[in-house]
Design a protein around this ligand. Structure first.
Ligand code: ADP
Ligand code: MG
Length: 214
């Protein structure tokens, strides 16, 4: 049998993601200072801090209600573009989880796909625009391909993790079409997109946690 995530497991993942984001503050702020307004880390860090504070309540909810609550918290607490985008992502993903009691492999692929779709439509952006999408999109594509090709869950997790990391790194070479880097003289070329890096922290943390659950 493969992994199964309960609402309480998802809270444990949020705790770990918060730690990963928290400990990389200087690095992410440096990235966002180069091409943006320097607040991306403090925005997202505050969002995860509030999620961790809400842990006890989140654990008691159904997955559907839990994801809606996470989206609402993110939308209200995280400033900047990323608050609206992550809020929409979680609200979109909640719909996929209606009537589910655990998240299994195919559910998680659908959850990440729904997040991607919500972020792309809310921010009116596509892959290649030098945003968080350039981490999430290759991760989702890889997840879908891995399932279609019948890969084991352990192989899938490893590949999705790497696709997210590679996707985030690929933003360095991109010219920005969305986000504040668009307003830089060289469109941010040569700099990593901070939102893609924090997205990869979340996907890496999630995949590492899943690997423990197999
Ligand atoms: P702001 O740009 O409003 O200051 P943040 O600093 O919180 O917002 O987040 C910046 C990150 O948000 C960028 O690095 C990028 O990854 C992401 N981003 C910005 N605009 C968009 C968009 N339209 N679609 C997807 N992601 C976006
Ligand atoms: Mg900013």
């Amino acid at each position: 049998m493969g992994f199964q995530l309960t609402p309480a497991d998802y809270v444990e993942y949020l705790n770990r993601a918060y730690q990963k984001i928290h400990e990389n503050g200087d690095y992410v702020t440096e990235l966002d200072s180069a091409t943006g307004d320097g607040d991306h880390w403090s925005n997202i860090n505050l969002g995860f801090e509030k999620l961790v504070e809400a842990a006890e309540e989140l654990k008691t909810l159904s997955l559907f209600e839990e994801f809606k609550k996470i989206g609402t918290i993110m939308m209200s607490v995280i400033g900047g573009s990323s608050g609206v985008l992550y809020g929409s992502a979680y609200l979109g993903a909640a719909k996929v989880l209606k009537d589910k009691t655990v998240i299994e492999n195919e559910d998680l692929c659908a959850v990440l796909g729904a997040m991607l779709e919500a972020i792309m439509s809310r921010g009116n952006a596509q892959p290649g625009f030098k945003t968080m999408i350039d981490c999430l999109h290759p991760a989702v594509e890889c997840y879908r391909d891995s399932i279609a090709n019948g890969l084991s869950e352990r192989e899938t997790i490893g590949k999705v993790r790497q696709a997210a990391i590679d996707g985030a790194q690929s933003t360095a070479a991109m010219e920005a079409i969305r986000g504040r880097a668009f307003y830089q003289a060289n469109k941010g070329v040569g700099h990593l997109d901070p939102g893609a890096i924090t997205m990869s922290y979340q996907i890496e943390t999630l995949m590492d946690y899943l690997a423990e659950k197999l």
